[in-house]
Design a protein around this ligand. Structure first.
Ligand code: ZN
Length: 178
């Protein structure tokens, strides 16, 4: 499979997995917008040099938020893409607070490319706090989310200078408006 086929196929499969899903934010963006944003950041961070990483960016929520399994990803893509997505998948059997704590503790132990996906994910999520916060979230909950995202991001730093810088800028902007 060529790089272009791999990435296009990942975008197409992500669109099917997340069809009809929307972000929690007030503008109710299609979920796919988040995936496109994460994939684009990963392409930018690597100067387009890591197609499997970009494909995994498209697919990073597919196991968590659809009935896709690791084996499906191996069959449709490859072992590398599937492993990256699994690394970025929360254990949904754990209660929410425990999952969030686990992300902070686990981030530094992820492989460098999985840390890039996590960081791009947090950049996208913090941006959405600025531009389209969920209606029902009070300021305190938004600030808590930002603090938590900063803690997760701390464990993901040091792989990509571009992503580190983007996160810093985004978090500073969020801090200023929240
Ligand atoms: Zn995500």
């Amino acid at each position: 499979m060529t790089d272009l086929v791999l990435v296009s196929r990942a975008a197409d499969f992500a669109a099917r997995c997340h069809a009809g899903q929307r972000r929690k934010g007030s503008s109710r963006e299609p979920y796919l917008n988040h995936l496109a944003e994460v994939a684009e950041m990963l392409a930018f961070a690597t100067d387009g040099g890591d197609a499997a990483l970009v494909a995994a960016g498209w697919l990073h929520d597919s196991i968590e938020d659809s009935d896709t399994s690791r084996d499906d990803l191996v069959d449709r893509f490859n072992e590398d893409v599937a492993s990256l997505v699994v690394e970025c998948t929360d254990d949904m059997s754990l209660p929410r607070a425990q999952r969030k704590r686990h992300q902070v503790e686990h981030a530094p132990h992820l492989t460098p490319r999985a840390r890039m996906i996590k960081l791009a994910d947090k950049i996208s999520n913090v941006r959405s706090l600025i531009f389209s916060p969920p209606d029902e979230w009070e300021r305190e909950r938004l600030v808590d989310y930002l603090d938590w995202a900063i803690d997760v991001a701390a464990g993901c730093r040091g792989v990509s200078e571009r992503l580190d810088r983007l996160f810093n800028e985004t978090a500073a902007r969020a801090r200023a408006v929240l």
